[in-house]
Design a protein around this ligand. Structure first.
Ligand code: ARG
Length: 456
């Protein structure tokens, strides 16, 4: 049974049928498809297009089909081109010819994109909770290790000392932006295309406001052509997913580097590591490598969809069927990646002594320049003077704090004996008490704000 067989005298080629089908991947939208059809049956009755009895028969039939699908009892046939065809075919088998009235005024063009939006609106809260759980793991661990000081990097070179928690919290805010972005996208997803027909609307008095309310959409699409052609929401979701994965990838990269023997700052828990089939000693950070690696896959999906959309003529084109696999893949990827990322953070072993050992005096050169500033030396000059002191210490092969006062004073008379107080990493970190800085009080405020965002 084909939905469109009437004008065809010959059977579809078998390979064409397989090529054309989307049932392998769009069957996961079955619940959305049935919800949409139940609301649609109600709208048809309200428009006087079917009787109340017919409506009830359709709804009961659809509920039966839903039960079969939920129980895994539904048998798909080779002729079930997509989930919309499959549900309607089965409905007809169950309730007879009244099923033929369900598609009145509806096209698969408005149906498929309604289903896709409904499906996404179901998934988004789950993703939001999973991302929130990762954020919670970050805040918990940050709070646990407030006193751990480590080298902070720019250009992957020693820059200034920071708190480990401050580094960790930097990712909280990236994920907070991901949460905001998701909320904004959700608003645009919750716009109803149903009632747009194939592209031009319908002539049958079906109430789109009613449909929107029934299905939980906050608005109805303003233009029927746009409603059936628009896949911006898929592109936006894929961008959201790709950027979130980019954030996960960067978090993973720091931890991969820091768990190497050379750094040894952190150690991945065994529950998130794997071994080598050849080298018995290995403990590999596969979890982190996959968190990093999946970013490539999601960026590829976004690029792929944008390429599909670019240059499509107005209206529905079958190219649009290509929107689903990358979208579903992105959702599946994140459903796995987010809990793994949260687990890695929760179980991560921290080695503060290795972090402290990596600190050096050079990282306090800025503090020394600030010291001169407080003694009235303009910053440009103090930067230069401290640079000379660093060079002198290097020449002598000694750490900066071992440079004698006479050497400092030969460079500038502004240096006094109290300059050596600067050589204290903890003090340096504590000194940066600006909002968003590394001082304990600033960090605690940051964590408090994060907890408020998490609703704690
Ligand atoms: N399976 C199709 C898709 O995913 C459903 C819409 C089909 N519409 C059409 N005019 N052939 O896009």
């Amino acid at each position: 049974m084909k939905l469109w067989g009437g004008r065809f005298a010959r059977e579809t080629d078998r390979q064409m049928e397989a090529f054309n089908a989307s049932i392998q991947f769009d069957q996961r939208m079955w619940a959305a498809d049935i919800r949409g059809s139940i609301a649609y049956a109600r709208a048809l009755e309200r428009a006087g297009l079917i009787s109340a009895g017919e409506r009830d028969t359709l709804i009961q039939g659809l509920e039966e089909v839903a039960r079969e699908l939920a129980a895994g009892e539904f048998v798909f046939l080779p002729s079930d081109e997509d989930i919309h065809t499959a549900v309607e075919r089965r409905l007809r088998e169950r309730v007879g010819s009244v099923a033929d009235k369900l598609h009145t005024g509806r096209s698969r063009n408005d149906q498929v994109v309604t289903d896709l939006r409904l499906y996404l609106l179901e998934e988004i809260p789950v993703l939001r909770r999973r991302l929130q759980d990762l954020q919670r793991a970050i805040v918990d661990r940050a709070e646990e290790h407030l006193e751990v000081i480590m080298p902070g990097y720019t250009h992957l070179q020693h820059a200034q000392p920071v708190r480990f928690s401050h580094w960790l919290m930097s990712f909280f805010w990236a994920f907070a932006r991901d949460q905001e972005r998701l909320q904004e996208i959700e608003r645009r997803i919750a716009v109803l295309p149903l009632g747009s027909g194939a592209l031009a609307g319908h002539s049958l008095g079906i109430d789109r406001r009613y449909l929107a309310d029934e299905l939980g959409f906050r608005a109805i699409a303003e233009n029927s052509i746009d409603a059936i052609s628009d896949r911006d929401f898929v592109a936006e979701f894929l961008f959201w997913a790709a950027l979130l994965e980019v954030h996960l990838s960067r978090l993973a990269e720091d931890l991969i580097l820091w768990s190497s023997a050379e750094f040894g700052f952190v150690e991945l828990d065994e529950t998130y590591a794997t071994g080598s089939s050849l080298m018995p000693q290995k403990r590999n950070p596969d979890s982190l490598e996959l968190l990093r690696g999946k970013a490539g896959r999601l960026i590829g999906s976004l690029t792929g969809l944008l390429t599909t959309l670019k240059g499509l003529p107005t209206g529905y084109n079958k190219d649009l069927q290509e929107d689903k696999e990358p979208l579903f893949d992105a959702i599946d990827t994140l459903h796995l990646a987010l809990p793994v990322a949260a687990g890695v953070i929760r179980t991560l072993h921290i080695h503060p002594e290795r972090m402290v050992r990596a600190l050096d005096d050079g990282m306090l050169a800025t503090d020394l320049a600030d010291y001169l500033v407080r003694r009235g030396v303009p910053f440009r000059q103090s930067h230069h003077l401290v640079g000379r002191a660093v060079r002198r210490a290097e020449e002598l092969g000694i750490p900066l704090r071992a440079l004698p006062l006479s050497e400092f004073q030969a460079i500038s008379s502004a240096f006094g004996p109290d300059l050596y107080d600067v050589f204290d990493h903890r003090r340096s970190v504590e000194a940066r008490s600006s909002e968003g800085g590394t001082a304990l009080a600033a960090l605690q405020e940051q964590i408090a704000r994060a907890r408020r965002i998490l609703g704690e």
